[in-house]
Design a protein around this ligand. Structure first.
Ligand code: SF4
Length: 145
């Protein structure tokens, strides 16, 4: 039995809908002092827990939402500055235990023939990814930027 199957049989999911909905419901009644405390914690880049993220997702006041965007922009500037960060489009596996409605890889999709790449296949893919920009017409590269 694969590790993934074993884990799935334990009936555990990465995304716990009930817990997320519970957090979002509780977050609706957060006092202003809590919202400001979360803003300060975010500015210090200390990371936010699920309850704090739930409170930010429930912000309704336009000034609070603007403050959230300002802080997000500050943090982005401090961490990334003007750099562009690219991710290699390499799917190592399409097995998934979650059930996101919009995604073809969701666990209910029994039609999908799933597979994972071997270490050799991953290694073979790397040179292709490295050379990919050279194979694209230059106007396509600039339209991606
Ligand atoms: S692969 Fe698809 S179903 Fe799985 S967590 Fe990502 S988005 Fe959701």
């Amino acid at each position: 039995m694969t590790l993934l199957k074993e884990w799935w049989m334990m009936n555990e999911k990465i995304i716990n809908d009930e817990k997320i909905n519970d957090i979002l419901e509780k977050a609706r009644t957060s006092p202003l002092s809590t919202i400001y405390r979360i803003f300060e914690k975010a500015k210090e880049k200390r990371g936010l827990n699920l309850e704090e993220v739930g409170i930010l997702l429930n912000l309704a006041d336009s000034e609070h939402i603007q403050e959230l965007f300002n802080i997000a922009h500050q943090i982005k500037e401090q961490i990334y500055g003007e750099r562009l960060v690219f991710f290699a489009p390499l799917y190592v596996s399409d097995f998934c235990v979650n059930d996101c409605e919009y995604c073809n890889f969701h666990v209910r999709n029994k039609e999908l023939k799933r597979r994972k790449l071997s270490l050799e296949e991953i290694e073979e893919s790397i040179p292709f990814l490295v050379d990919l920009p050279k194979q694209l017409p230059s106007d396509e590269i600039s339209s991606c930027l």
